[in-house]
Every structure is written in C-alpha cells, then in structure tokens.
Design a protein. Structure first.
Length: 317
C-alpha cells in the first residue's frame, strides 16, 4: 500500500525563461494522514510548489507524484480528490454565499440533500448564516476567505492544500479555522498548509518544511526541529520608542538581532550565556523598556534555520 499521498522528486520551477528560479531541486513526501506545514517568507516559493502539486503549473524539471502517479497524468483525479484553497481571489463571485458551498459540494459528488446540509452546517460554524443569500462579491474580504475555506471543507476531500488559510481573518475566526483543520485531520484528511503564522501553525502541524529562496532548507517533525535550538533561550527586548536599531547595535555582543515588532527585537542565546545577558540588560543607560527570556518556539527554529543558511552562503562567497 502506498503511504505517501505526495512525492516530489527533484522539482525545479523557473519563471521568465530562467530569470526567476522559484523552486530549486525540491524533494520530499507527504505521508497519509499528516498535517504538513510549509513555512517560508514572502517570495520563498511556497505557492509555486503547491500549484505544481495540484497540477496548475508544470515543473520545469522534476516530477510531482500523487498516490504514486504523476500529477500531470491525472489532473482530473487530483482536482476531484484534492481540495485546494489558493490566495487568488474567489472565482465564484457572482454566486450567492450558500450556492458557492452547495455547488462545490455537488461537484464533489454529494447528493443534493447532503450538499445542502453540509452548506448550512458550515455557514453556522462560520457564523455567516445571515449572509446566506448575499452575492459573494458583496461580502467582506475575510468573509470571502471563510467561504473559500468552506468550499475546501465541503464534501470531505481526502486531501486539502491550503495556502495561507488564516490570512485576513480576525483572531476568533483564525482559531475556528485551525480547529476545523484539526478536526478534518482527525477524520482522516491529509493536509498541506502554507502559512506565515509560525506560532499558530505550531499548534496544528505534525511536520514542517522550511522553504526559502526556492530551496527546501529543512523538513522534520516539530519536536526534532526544536531540538536544534533546545540549548538556547529566546530573548525579546522592547526598545524605547524608535530606538530598536540603536539597541540592537548596543547589544550586538549578545547575538544577531531580528526585528519582530515596531520597537521589539529578538535573538537566541545559549542557555549558559543567559545570566550574563540579564546583567547586561540591567544597564540603565540602555534604551529599553522591558525584556523577556523564554524557551524557544517554532518561530525561533524558523529564524535559526534561515540564519544558518545565510551564514553558510556568506562563507561560500
Ligand atoms: N507567474 C510568475 N511569473 C514570474 N515570477 C513569478 C510568478 N509567480 C511567482 N513568481 C516569483 O517566484 C518566486 C516565488 O513566488 P511564490 O509566489 O511561489 O512565493 P511564496 O513563498 O508563495 O510567496 P508569498 O508568501 O508571498 O505568497 C518569487 O520571486 C515570485 O516573484
């Protein structure tokens, strides 16, 4: 029995006759029943990768297999079985909200009564019943996104590929979407999830693939990835307003600082250096408001992998 839902074999994708290398030699698999997170900054190549997984674009070289057969040889089957939520605006804008859900359910082969029942259930879960008869083009961006997610959920597709599903959603709705994703996974669906929201993703994903500059930098279980930074502590410091650049310079001996908010910077410290750092932060001349020292999370792993790669590249030059 094939346990891999997807297998990517040395996938390369070039745009503009090779001027843009969006994916470089990417190989990995997606196991049945897992939630795989694809993490990476803007322009890393994540959307390009998943568009090849659903057959919307063709690799320049390399192959993408779905259930052991190349995607490009079975685009119809892939479209039927893989629910894909893209970042592109909704195509069904001239439909009413309930129709978008209902007809997607019907296209997935649901009988009329089941499609209706599932549409209503989803509208209730999203608290959008009052918008049932509105045209999609006349509802808000966030509401459209929820309906888009609903069109992936209806019909219980065995595989879901979701590109930034929680973008533009308020915290309550983001939580709801993560809950629905987890629920669907517990019912057996395999889920591939593109996200920038590392902290929220940590609550749901089993494995993480980190992508940047078109390359796969790491792919592993979260706990294994976290081991890479488990001898460290995350130090976050809030600078006096407008002084974060100055503060990172002043504290450069503690490590490489990354800006994580308007006046907030972070770095990873070796555990053994923590007490020395606390002493340094006690200097009243420093332009800082407060600091926190906590165990690392997935976000730190993500920055750490990227920092390592930047360093490797610098050394190679
Ligand atoms: N159709 C296209 N033509 C030319 N270049 C493209 C095209 N689509 C994407 N690119 C480029 O390919 C690279 C990867 O883009 P991609 O959209 O896959 O990244 P991403 O990780 O999904 O980014 P984001 O998180 O911002 O959505 C970027 O440099 C982007 O500008």
């Amino acid at each position: 029995m094939i346990t891999y839902v997807y297998e990517l074999d040395h996938v390369n994708k070039e745009y503009k006759k090779g001027k843009v290398q969006a994916n470089k030699d990417i190989s990995f698999y997606v196991q049945r029943g897992e939630i795989l997170g694809l993490l990476g900054p803007n322009g890393a190549g994540k959307s390009t990768l998943i568009k090849q997984m659903v057959g919307h674009i063709v690799p320049t070289s390399g192959k993408v297999f779905y259930q052991g057969v190349e995607v490009l040889q079975q685009t119809k089957k892939v479209a039927q079985e893989v629910a894909y939520y893209s970042q592109e605006p909704h195509a069904l804008t001239s439909l009413k909200v309930w129709e978008a859900l209902y007809f997607t359910g019907r296209l997935r082969g649901l009988p009329k009564d089941v499609a209706l029942k599932q549409s209503e259930e989803l509208l209730q879960r999203f608290e959008l019943e009052s918008l049932r008869n509105k045209l999609l083009k006349n509802i808000s961006g966030g509401q459209k996104r929820l309906i888009g997610i609903g069109t992936c959920l209806i019909g219980y597709s065995p595989v879901m590929i979701l590109d930034e599903p929680t973008n533009e959603l308020d915290p309550k709705k983001r939580r709801l979407v993560w809950d629905l994703i987890k629920e669907r996974n517990q019912q057996g669906a395999t889920i591939i999830l593109v996200t920038h929201n590392v902290l929220e993703a940590e609550q749901v994903v089993d494995r993480v693939a980190v992508v940047n500059h078109g390359q796969l930098l790491a792919i592993d279980h979260i706990s294994h990835l976290k081991q890479r930074v488990d001898q460290r502590m995350r130090l976050e410091v809030t600078a006096t307003s407008g002084k974060s650049d100055l503060l990172s310079k002043e504290l450069s001996e503690l490590g490489e600082w990354t800006k994580v908010g308007e006046n907030r910077i972070r770095t990873l410290l070796e555990k053994q250096d923590a007490s020395q750092a606390i002493e340094r932060l006690g200097d009243p001349a420093l332009p800082l408001e407060e600091y926190s020292l906590v165990p690392p999370n997935l976000e730190d792993v993500y920055f750490h992998i990227d920092d390592d790669r930047i360093q490797e590249n610098a050394e190679a030059v």
